[in-house]
Design a protein around this ligand. Sequence first.
Ligand code: ATP
Ligand code: MG
Length: 436
Amino acid sequence: MVARPEHIISRASISENALKVLYRLKAAGFEAFLVGGGVRDLLLGREPKDFDIATDAHPEEVRDLFRNSRLIGRRFKLVHVHFGREIMEVATFRGTHDDGDDTEGRVEDGMILRDNVYGTLEQDAWRRDFTINSLYYNIKDFSVVDYTGGLKDLEAGLLRVIGDAEQRYVEDPVRMLRAVRFAGKLGFRIHPDSEAPITALGERLEAVPPARLFDEILKLFLSGSGVATYELLRHYDLFRHLFPMTDASLAEEEGGFPHTLVLRGLENTDARIAEGKPVTPAFLFAVLLWEPVRVRAQQLMAEDMGEIQALQVASEDVISQQIQHVSIPKRFSAQTREIWVMQARLKRRNGKRAARLLELSRFRAAYDFLLLRAESEEADLQELADWWTTYQESDEGQRAALVRGAPSAGSKKRRRRRKRRPAQSDNADDGEQTPD
Ligand code: ATP
Ligand code: MG
């Protein structure tokens, strides 16, 4: 235990709402600790993303203390205390099943299905994933409680699994993703013992429910260290268990264009997060899955399908295969598809089309995606990207001139219109026949 004067956590850096919850639990006679990422990040001088609270009060007792609270019962029972948009997660100390008969709550291959047995503070500390995530800030005396050696590892920049790493990964394969995520985000090394089993156990990720992997993917790639995390996932050969189609296309052209698009997309996302700009899961999945979609669409076009339809069919194929591994809620996958299909539409700028495309809610994302492709793909897209950049910056008169000067992407309707209004352009028709 480290007493108050010897660590840097001050109450001023803890969210007021977290303090409220801690104090109310204490006033009701319960033990109450800040734990997990909140304590870890405060000790590192970083701003915590959220605050988790551990207590000896049972979930129902917690709920009764806070009007603004809700019992959550997915993997284990916890209480969410709501303060506007801020949510405090309050969990009761948990123990383990290891009372000789260790089979309860486990499936055959060792994965834990239920672990909702209550325990003591110390038991709770030993069942957490990494030593640096198992530090507790006690609201009673403002000390930090450390059973597992987390403070030492925090100082050394070391991510270390609590207990036997192989067994802990088998119990919950998502811990391998968490190891990579924290290593990427904090710039920590993974302890050799914690690192060794990862690659061999990677395929166990395929037994994790796709919905849980979706949550984890967002944390991996939308937390501001996407590039570092991606490189670690590839390094430990975990990426292929999450995005097998993408991985196959990367393997074919290692170091080539597809790799570049993913990297640039993630760089872009990291930069946006650093600037406080919003990022969307739809764009992330568009980036991560574009290469298989592009390749599939090209096959279909070689079989004489029009570009737009080919992209629609390819999008459908790729998404339906992908969600067998990592689910993508419909509201996001619908946007992802639009971003992809818009890649073909953006070529068709004649008549009123450009103006209409600009009005679409998905225009901005599709345009950003085009910029990314222009930087990363073999196909020459820079001219098209520049055209759209200029178009957006122009006034109405200039826009009309741009549209007249735009190379054609051909459809019968537009061709007729051009005859009526002979333009000064030397438009070549690429023969694309798909109506949109
Ligand atoms: P973040 O900054 O992403 O919130 P975090 O460490 O707080 O990081 P959470 O997912 O919020 O991560 O989990 C809170 C705490 O719960 C962790 O710090 C860890 O102690 C424990 N925990 C979470 N997931 C697991 C797991 N799969 N196995 C064991 N312990 C876990
Ligand atoms: Mg947390």
